[in-house]
Ligand binder design. Sequence first.
Ligand code: ADP
Length: 190
Amino acid sequence: MNIVLFGPPGAGKGTQAILLSKKYNLLHLSTGEILRNEIEKNSNLGKNIKEIVESGKLVSDEIIIKVLNLALDSNEKKEYSGYLFDGFPRNIDQAHLLSNLLQSLKIKLDCIILIDVDESVLLQRILTRKDIEGRSDDNKETLSLRIQLYSRETEPLIEHYSSTHIVKRIDGEGEINEVNQRINRFLECL
Ligand code: ADP
C-alpha cells in the first residue's frame, strides 16, 4: 500500500504516520523529519536549510528530491510493503516530482488521506507540541506562515489529485486513537 498524507501543520500527520507505517509495514518518508535530522546533525545540508525551516518557509524542491533519494537509498525496500509520504508533495512541482518518483519505483498511489483540523485547534496543538518537543519552528509567528503556505501551495493539490486518485478527508480532531481508527476503517475498505 502506498499513501500520501496531507494536512496543515499541527494536523497530526507525523503521529498518524508513525501508527500507520507500523500497522501496514510502510516505509515512512517524512521530509520534515529528514530535514530536522540534518539540522540536528549539523551537516552541510543542515546548515544551509536551518534558517529556512526555522522561519516556516519551504526549502527548495531540489533539496527535497535529494533528501528523499538519500532516504530511499538508505532503506531496504524489500522489507516494506509500501511507502507513506508525509509532508511531500507540498506544491504542484513536487506533485510532478512524486509522479516521476513513483514511476521509477514502479508503484502507484493507493490513496491520499487528508487530515482535516480546524485552524483554531492547530495553534493550540502546536504551542503544546513546542513545550514537549521543542521544535524551533513551532511558534505563533512561523505557524501563521506555515498555514498560509499550506493553504496557498498544498491544499490545491487535493483538487489536483481528486480527478485521478482516491482522496479521503478524515476528521483529525479528537483523540489520537480515534483519528487513527477513522483512518484504519477507511483503509480496510479500500
Ligand atoms: P508541518 O507540516 O507540521 O509544518 P513538517 O515536519 O512536515 O511539519 O515540515 C517542517 C518544515 O520542513 C516545513 O515548514 C518546511 O520548512 C520543511 N519541509 C518539510 N517538507 C517539505 C517539502 N516537501 N518541501 C519544502 N519544505 C519542506
